[in-house]
Every structure is written in structure tokens, then in C-alpha cells.
Write a protein that binds this ligand. Sequence first.
Ligand code: PAF
Length: 279
Amino acid sequence: MKQINAVNDLLSFIQLIKQQNKTIGIVPTMGSLHSGHDSLIKRCKKENNITIVSVYVNPNQFNNKNDFLNYPRTLDADINRLKTLNCDILFSPSDKEISKILNPNFKLKLGNLNKYLEADNRPGHFEGVINIVAKLFEITSPNKAYFGEKDLQQLLIIKQLCLQKFKNIQVISCATVRNAGGLAKSSRNKHLTEKELIIARSIYKVLNEVKKNKLDWSVKKAKDYVRKYLNNLSINLDYFEIIEIEKFSFTQEINTNCNYYAMIAVTIRETRLIDNLKL
Ligand code: PAF
């Protein structure tokens, strides 16, 4: 595996790859890699000649300073993991290198995607994500880019980014990877104690309970159930909503003609976790 830190070195490498007519896949990450990332990287390797993994903890997408400062940074372990996975290129730029790439000069039409849930709870978050992902797309010109379904709203926004601004890039969504107890893999899980890791399983448990009862419960009943269940475990519910995915709109009732997702964000002590489940 080749580790590249400088934007100019990456640009020269990409030029060479393009001359050889090879396909490029990118897996953008903020490091602290886990088996969720492994699944994206393995799929990327299968579908492209060259796999680039970027590791960059993007300060602009954190709306909470402590969350940024405490975000796990494990570059040495990440390098070992990427070598084992036979990743071709690790791009791990500094802030200074990233600032050498021009800020994208466009505004996306995102409608509800930039209004509700994470957009509402984390002001500026998606602007930061769009900015860094667009910069990575700009300099790597990938054929395909890989993102996890755990961050469903981010995934849908990046699909829009490609539809509206990077038409040649195909966004590949990959299923959420969970541990044996059902907890979605996340770098932030590293902040949880053993006991909290067990408690956190109830996030997936309540999502499944809602799915099981989707035709019998009203949305209000589902919301009350989730709030009470998590409250009893001292899990702070930031939001639980059922959304219709095409319009990304809240719904008060479920009918069988549309696709719905249960979307949840919680805080356990100081760690914020999100998850979702297709109903
Ligand atoms: O999902 C993430 O890890 C980040 O939001 C991303 C897409 C790498 C942008 O910094």
C-alpha cells in the first residue's frame, strides 16, 4: 500500500492511473476504521482496479468542539488494517493540504434532506461533509464512491451531490454492519464502556420492535414506545422519526405503497449514535 499525504502527489498518481485506463474507487473515511469500513473497502476492491481510502477527520463537519477533539484517531492501527485489506492508496492529508484544494463553488438543491433530523440537530454538519467529499471527488475523479447506510441522510445527500455536480461518479451504498448484539458499527462506539455497549443494543432492538408492529401501531404509539423504552435505560433520545424515503418527509401513518425508514439518534452519556431501519 502506498501512503500519500500531499494533494499534488495524489494528483500525479491519479493522472498515471487514468492514462492506464484503470478504474478508481474511493472510500472516504475519518479513520478509526472498523469492520463497517472493511465491508466498504472489500466491495471497492472487488469493483475497481484501484482502491483509495481517505482518512481525514474533517473539522468543518463537527458542530460540537468536544466531539471533534475527542473523535478517535488511530492512524497506525488504520494503516495496518488497510495493509491487511490490500488497499492500494491511503490518502491521509493534513488540514493544510486539504486547504490547497479550492472550496467547491456551488449550492445543492437538497429540500428536506437539509432541513430535518441530522441537518436540524447538527447545524453546518452537512455543509462540512459536502465540502470535503466534493474536494475528494475533485482530486481523485473516482468511478465509484462507497458509503454506509448507517449514515442514511448523508448517503442520500451524497447521491444528490453526484446527481447534481459529479454525474460520472456512481455512489455505492453498503449495508450497515452490526455487532452480534445488533449495535451498528461506528467509530464513536469506542467511547462506550462495556456496560454502555450492552445498553446500546436496545437502539436496534426498538427499531425492530417498531418494524414488527408497523401495521398495528400508529406513529405516535411507536414514538411513545421508543421514548419510554430508552428513557428507562437512561438513553437520551435526540429524535425518533418515521420518514417516507422518496420525499424524505415525516409521516404520521404508514401505508403499504411507500418506503419508510425509522430514523433514530440517541446520546449515551456524551456519545451520540445514529441508526436507521427500513420498515
Ligand atoms: O462518514 C464519514 O466518515 C464522513 O462524514 C465522511 C463521509 C468521510 C466525510 O468526512
